[in-house]
Design a protein around this ligand. Structure first.
Ligand code: PLP
Length: 395
């Protein structure tokens, strides 16, 4: 008999009841160190006092009005994001996939209003993940996520991640732009070859294409900068955002230059809930913390420490950990043992991490962790590695 809850997830048999900072407590009161933060979502940990108070005071005032009216929190969040980034304008939705949808529509519409309506296709990359709507599974291109859902939404040409020549070959008169994650998250924290993203920027400029970054996972401080593009020395035309931007409250969106957003005139796009006052209170509270002087510096310090510790762990347990991947606090352990078993062992040690394809265990701790949390996580990781070593020797 089907469960009352549609069984689209294989869930671990733990239910969390409350959280505090980097810790989660289950129904039995057991404490777990959360280095998954959902899936790289709760960027400031759980029940952050500033976020709690922002949501509480907004909840007592006003939740929803609709985008038929001005929403002051939305205007404020947009202005702050514009001031802090390459963007001239922002749209708010409720999830990362909706942020990507907005980005796709915007790229198509730009060419439509600039006299090239035939340009609607985007170059995308193997291993990409952009969400679970019909358009975003087509953009992601994964057979696993497309299977059984009818004709794939047209307009995406997928090539190998990092293969610039393949991008050039796939570009034609119908190409509108390139949609790319600056680091591929779901496939196992894949960092592209150095210079690849810059070549995409130059190629887009030369061919009149729009460069769209999906920073749903890499954005909002995760790599040690507010957005990953900041490390690259250039900016994209459109950026999809999500996950960390709401600190756990459902919020996503899209940032863009004035030029790229040219086609998005009244009635071209919308969302009933997108940018509602409650979500905007969360987004603004997240920015209060992330834009405070020194916050991102501190993320980079922690990231450096974490990476150093992980490199040492890998050197000690090369039979268990094949490789450390990632940037900032978006890190992946490519394993020589099955990642599901490794993650289960970590859970037994009361550490939460998340799986990714390519047999990777993903670590995306809260950005405001302290050194003692890193030490605690390393002890759990070391213990898990040691237990696999012991089993290997026993065989
Ligand atoms: N884009 C990227 C890079 C992601 O990692 C994700 C989610 O994992 C999404 C888009 C989709 O976000 P959401 O699940 O909030 O729709």
């Amino acid at each position: 008999m089907i469960s009352p809850l549609l069984p689209t997830y294989n869930r671990a048999d733990i239910a969390f009841e409350r959280g505090e900072g980097p810790y989660l407590y289950d129904e039995k009161g057991e404490r777990y160190l959360d280095f998954g933060t959902g899936i790289a979502v709760s960027a400031l940990g759980h029940a952050h006092p500033h976020l709690v108070s922002a949501i509480q005071s907004q909840a007592a005032k006003l939740w929803h009005t609709s985008n038929l009216y001005r929403i002051s929190g939305q205007e404020r969040l947009a202005k702050r994001l514009v001031d802090a980034t390459f963007a001239d304008t922002a749209f708010f939705a409720n999830s990362g996939a909706e942020g990507v949808e907005c980005a796709i529509k915007m790229a198509r519409r730009y060419h439509y209003v600039t006299g090239a309506p035939e340009r609607y296709r985007l170059i995308t990359f193997e291993g990409a993940f952009h969400g679970r709507t019909l358009a975003t599974i087509a953009a992601g291109g994964s057979a696993k996520y497309l299977e059984g859902f009818g004709p794939k939404v047209d307009g995406f040409d997928s090539v190998a991640y990092g293969d610039f020549d393949a991008v050039v070959r796939a570009t034609g008169p119908q190409t509108a732009g390139i949609l790319v994650e600056p680091i591929q998250g779901e496939v196992g924290i894949r960092v592209p070859p150095s210079g690849f993203l810059k070549r995409l920027r130059e190629f887009c400029d030369a061919r009149g294409l729009l460069l769209v970054f999906d920073e749903v996972q890499t954005g909002m401080g995760r790599t040690g900068r507010l957005f990953a593009y900041e490390e690259l020395g250039f900016s994209p035309d459109i950026v999809a955002v999500g996950k960390g931007i709401g600190g756990g409250f459902p919020l996503g969106g899209c940032l863009a230059t004035e030029r790229a957003s040219k086609g998005m005139t009244p009635a071209t796009h919308g969302s009933t809930y997108g940018g509602n006052p409650l979500a905007m209170a969360a987004g603004n509270a997240v920015l209060d913390v992330m834009l405070a002087p020194g916050f991102l510096d501190q993320v980079r310090v922690r990231a450096g420490s974490m990476q150093q510790h992980l490199a040492m762990l890998q050197a000690e347990h090369p039979n268990v950990i094949a490789e450390i991947r990632g940037r900032g606090l978006l890190l992946g352990l490519k394993l020589n043992v099955p990642n599901a078993a490794f993650l289960a062992r970590l859970r037994e040690n009361r550490l939460l991490a998340v799986g990714a394809t390519e047999n990777v265990a993903r670590l995306s701790p809260p950005l405001n962790i302290e050194e003692r949390h890193i030490k605690e996580a390393m002890a759990a990781l070391n213990d898990a590695c040691a237990s696999f070593e012991t089993e290997r020797k026993a065989v």
